[in-house]
Design a protein around this ligand. Structure first.
Ligand code: DGP
Length: 115
């Protein structure tokens, strides 16, 4: 079964795509949490961080470098931003196609609510 993010990667579902290459696609989150909220996804379907293989080291690093470049082009590199990958139930993952959230453009406060 193809994920909604695979459909975006393939151009079969509309999205505001801001970057794409042969390994990753980046597009704006449909429910942005801040002025900049971009999702960076591997073009290949990988459900969660748990499913990354040792051989995916370069891909995982590439996702981080794409986030760095997008932060710069969005004008938030200096003011700052947050990178988040949610995983499974306790991580509140909703879409089971690995994605890195790039969030910024306003002060984001504490990282995780203390209970
Ligand atoms: P997560 O909880 O980490 O799995 O976040 C999933 C994010 O994906 C959530 O912030 C909303 C976003 N999202 C879900 N469906 C779509 C979609 O069809 N298009 C876009 N652009 N974003 C989506």
């Amino acid at each position: 079964m193809s994920t909604i993010f695979s459909k975006i990667v393939a151009g079969e579902r509309s999205a505001d795509v801001v970057y794409q290459d042969d390994r990753v696609t980046a597009f704006r989150d449909i429910h942005p949490a801040a002025p900049t909220h971009i999702l960076i996804v591997p073009n290949r379907e990988i459900p969660t961080v748990n499913d990354l293989a040792d051989g995916d080291e370069a891909l995982a690093g590439h996702m981080l470098l794409v986030a760095r470049d997008l932060a710069k082009s969005e004008g938030i590199a200096e003011s700052g931003y947050r990178l988040i990958i949610n995983c499974n139930r306790d991580g509140n993952q909703e879409v089971f196609h690995l994605h890195l959230h790039l969030i910024g453009g306003r002060p984001l406060g504490g990282m995780v609510k203390r209970v």
